[in-house]
Design a protein around this ligand. Structure first.
Ligand SMILES: *[C@@H]1O[C@H](CO)[C@@H](O)[C@H](O)[C@H]1NC(C)=O
Ligand SMILES: [Ca+2]
Length: 373
């Protein structure tokens, strides 16, 4: 953003205009919130709120950090498993068990190395906090993993979300392998529904068809980096398309979302891909972006603090360096607002008071608390 503004400034000087001050002002006015920086992190990927309002922040290299947002201090959580750091892989999401207050169980997703390269894994562990602002994971147990590994370190995704019925949802990326997204003997490129112990949920749509099939809730996904519930209990998902074609999908059991057979984007080598409307048997996105916004996270806003945003999809954008607000009306969706943030936005969460928190991508990625102006 700073670079963008200085280029604009140079151009405006050439044009004999003095557009910069008003543009700066406009940028600020376009942010309908106050942004408070809490802490800074090395390549943060995800965060989760503890019941005492402290925050677990996952850094991609494999560090789990405990943040005290009042004191703005950081402590270390030990016992994180070894992650396959590289490319898009590393330590990914963190989520608390629905009964965390009683059992202190947390879930982590991450890239792990193995035969063939790296793949996504999900583990649960007991978190014990100490008196010094840190803590430790113990009894770590891998409860799910990608059914294959691949070279390249791309598109692991693996956002974690607990559902109203206590189920654990995983948005499984296709680690850039494409065809496994349509292969029911692979859990790549799927939305997965499990019990909290990793066993496939009994009512899953393909429960009777085999071990991998039984985990699958929906298929045909590419790089699904955000999932959340709306107030009606419907599941929404954002995924990165290839070159163009980022998608916001309404997730239905057993449905096929078409990747890699259809997309609103094209391959990076320029080859075209048929659009969703050529294959009506696949669920088309409710909103899509060409050019991309690069969705890194998603919430469906449920609070009262940003009262006019209730029920909206709020997406943290990486390449778009923005927060993208999408209104949902029935089962249609449309972008309503794009709020420039000046940095790649990796993750987004809502706290229990309705404040929105985002985390920037990259070195010195800041955890920001957003409250209405
Ligand atoms: C996992 O939890 C489910 C639901 O409580 C239960 O039916 C299943 O037996 C458990 N699986 C294992 C391996 O403990
Ligand atoms: Ca699709």
């Amino acid at each position: 953003m700073h670079l963008g503004l200085s280029v604009t400034y140079a151009l405006s000087l050439l044009a004999g205009a003095s557009a910069v001050p008003s543009q700066r002002l406009e940028t600020r006015q376009q942010q309908p919130f106050t942004s408070t920086a809490i802490t800074s992190h090395a390549e943060p990927w995800a965060f989760a709120f503890l019941p005492d309002d402290r925050i677990l922040v996952n850094e991609k290299r494999g560090n789990m950090i405990l943040v005290d947002p009042v004191a703005k201090t950081k402590g270390t959580i030990t016992g994180v498993p070894t992650v396959a750091y590289g490319g898009q892989g590393g330590l990914h999401d963190v989520a608390l068990h629905p009964d965390y207050a009683e059992n202190n169980i947390v879930y982590l997703s991450y890239a792990e190395s193995g035969t063939g390269g790296a793949g996504g894994a999900v583990a649960r562990a007991t978190l014990t906090l100490d008196a010094n602002g840190g803590g430790a994971l113990s009894d770590l147990e891998v409860i799910w993993r990608h059914s294959q590994k691949a070279q390249g370190g791309l598109q692991f995704a693996c956002r974690l979300l607990f559902g109203p019925d206590g189920a654990l949802w995983i948005s499984s990326g296709e680690i850039n392998q494409m065809t496994p997204s349509q292969d029911m003997t692979s859990n790549l490129g799927k939305v997965i529904k499990l019990y909290d112990n990793g066993t496939a949920f009994a009512d899953n749509p393909f429960a009777s068809q085999g071990e991998i099939q039984s985990q699958i809730w929906s298929l045909g996904h590419r790089n699904p980096l955000g999932i959340d519930w709306d107030a009606e209990g419907r599941l929404w998902e954002v995924e990165m398309g290839p070159m163009g074609g980022d998608e916001l999908n309404l997730i239905e059991p057993g449905a096929n979302y078409g990747w890699p057979l259809v997309s609103q984007g094209r391959h990076y080598d320029g080859r075209t891909i048929p659009a969703h409307n050529t294959r009506p048997e696949f669920n088309a996105p409710k909103a899509f972006w060409v050019p991309v916004i690069s969705p890194g996270g998603l919430i469906i806003y449920k609070g009262d603090l940003f009262s006019s945003w209730k029920g909206n999809a709020i997406i943290s954008g990486l390449s778009s360096q923005a927060i993208v607000r999408v209104t949902i009306t029935g089962d249609t969706a449309a972008e309503a607002q794009r709020i420039p943030m000046g940095k790649r936005m990796r993750g987004i969460r809502e706290d229990k008071d309705g404040a929105i928190w985002v985390i920037e991508d990259g070195q010195n990625g800041r955890l920001l608390k957003l409250t209405p102006n």
